[in-house]
Write a protein that binds this ligand. Sequence first.
Ligand SMILES: Nc1ncnc2c1ncn2[C@@H]1O[C@H](COP(=O)(O)OP(=O)(O)OP(=O)(O)O)[C@@H](O)[C@H]1O
Ligand SMILES: [Mg+2]
Length: 284
Amino acid sequence: MSASKLKKIMNRAGGTKKETMASTSHSSEISQRDHIAFALEDVNLFYGDFQALRDITFDLPAHQVTAFIGPSGCGKSTLLRCFNRMNDLIDNCRIEGAIYRNGVNINSDSVDVVDLRTHVGMVFQQPNPFPKSIYDNVAYGLVCQGVRSKKVLDEAVASSLKKAALWDEVKDHLRRDATQLSGGQQQRLCIARAIALQPDVILMDEPTSALDPIATARIEDLITQLKEEYTIVIVTHSMSQAARISDKTAFFLLGDLIEFGPTDDIFQNPRDTRTEDYITGKFG
Ligand SMILES: Nc1ncnc2c1ncn2[C@@H]1O[C@H](COP(=O)(O)OP(=O)(O)OP(=O)(O)O)[C@@H](O)[C@H]1O
Ligand SMILES: [Mg+2]
């Protein structure tokens, strides 16, 4: 990659505050950079000989909700896992290209993957609380980091449960087994568990597909509130959900990013006929 191309990408994807201040005097440019959570450049991903993602290049905005949509098998979960290097856990998986976060390619060997996953949390399709108490679930990550102060843990548990809109329902029985909560409560608990580590980004892979409409609506409200503080990426098969809660939408097909842009544009005025066919239910 040429030096000028690399510089362009670094500028798009942030960099340290010092670099930012040194390299430009334009405040608008600074704020523009600060509003990109990840800059993807020619990302190609292979499972063995099978190519699951092809030349994916786009800037993922910070403090917004971005929805990944597309038919089953198009690579949505695969790309989501790229943002916290969860694909590292898959033996035959190989990734090419760069994903810049704060000016650093997260795929470089020098990146501390545990630290990356602390800042980039994940919530899965099936709520997966540990078979522990509500309190211990939320405190788990901090305890693993070595936090022992009861006061610090108490405060973190309360504040995370409040942010996940679960506090009022569980505050009087924090020692209850988390697996006894309803599915919707369990999913909010998993969000609280991610929030406790003070991430910048929360990745959600079909977080409401196992929930009823009321629990789904609560999670959707929550996501809308959380974007004030976090960057949210959500994979969804629900077109109405993407339209309701996301600011940006990315449409994928067979490993290609077909279209990315403001959700209103993608849904009301798609540029590509394949996007239109998918969102109007002609295939998928
Ligand atoms: N561990 C793996 N090993 C080999 N191939 C895989 C692996 N995981 C995913 N794939 C393949 O990569 C492609 C993309 O899969 P992925 O799970 O990312 O799709 P998806 O868009 O999330 O689909 P869905 O909507 O069904 O969840 C598929 O063809 C899938 O079979
Ligand atoms: Mg998936």
